[in-house]
Design a protein around this ligand. Structure first.
Ligand code: COA
Length: 203
């Protein structure tokens, strides 16, 4: 169950408290309030999409958390979109714990989930490009992602002028070109129909 453990170095305001061990594990419903507390400050700064408690409880099985002293200090989700495509979303670490390997450990646990599920590609829409590069992701053209990806983005104040970078990690070789479900599938949300006047560039 545990993907990784480590030690958080005490930050200045923690005084002389001994470093506590942390571990990465699949999220439980009791972690959801802690996950929301990590996400909310990043929503205000525009780094993350807002998530309601309902959305988080419904996607609890997507999440891995980093827990220190029963406190959630980091979290991230792997959301499967298609046979060959999953997304890392809502990945955040408490600011006191940045730069100590927590984010990378969560990212690795999510990639292990993807491998276990047999998903061949994982992408992220992010500003943290160096962080995702350290996990083996590369930058791709955002327009190669399926439109289904943008269904959550409708709730973002930046939509449709999104400046996030699309990054992808392939577990096996794939031909270049669009990824995920074919655009003519009925379950693919057609944003051009939903949002009057919107035109999405085609690859
Ligand atoms: C991005 C974030 C999750 C990184 O978590 P973290 O625990 O601080 O990162 P780690 O300590 O595990 O660092 C892993 C690697 O990423 C690099 N990295 C992390 N943050 C970075 C930054 N801001 N700029 C450049 N490189 C960074 C580290 O140097 C490290 O590289 P290495 O493995 O080659 O040494 C964290 O800064 C965060 O919560 N940011 C706000 C939310 C966010 O942007 N989420 C991104 C996805 S939505």
């Amino acid at each position: 169950m545990t993907a990784a453990t480590g030690k958080i170095q005490p930050s200045a305001h923690m005084g002389s408290v001994e470093p506590a061990p942390w571990c990465i594990r699949p999220a439980e419903v009791g972690d959801i309030q802690g996950i929301k507390a990590l996400i909310d400050p990043h929503v205000e700064t525009g780094i993350m999409l807002p998530k309601t408690l309902t959305q988080l409880y419904e996607s609890v099985r997507d999440f891995q958390v980093c827990v220190e002293d029963q406190r959630v200090i980091g979290a991230g989700a792997l959301h499967v979109l298609w046979e060959d495509l999953a997304e890392i979303r809502s990945l955040g670490v408490h600011p006191d714990c940045h730069g100590q390997g927590v984010g990378k450990a969560i990212g690795k646990a999510l990639l292990e989930d993807a491998a276990r599920l047999g998903v061949g590609r994982v992408f992220a829409l992010t500003y943290a490009t160096q962080f995702f590069q350290s996990l083996g992701f590369r930058v791709i053209d955002k327009n190669l992602l399926p439109r289904k990806v943008w269904s959550d983005c409708v709730n973002c104040h930046k939509f449709p002028l999104c400046d996030e970078v699309a990054m992808i990690k392939d577990f096996r070789p794939f031909p270049d070109g669009p990824v995920g479900p074919p655009p003519d599938l009925p379950q693919v949300i057609d944003l051009e129909r939903l949002v009057p006047g919107l035109r999405i560039m085609k690859p």
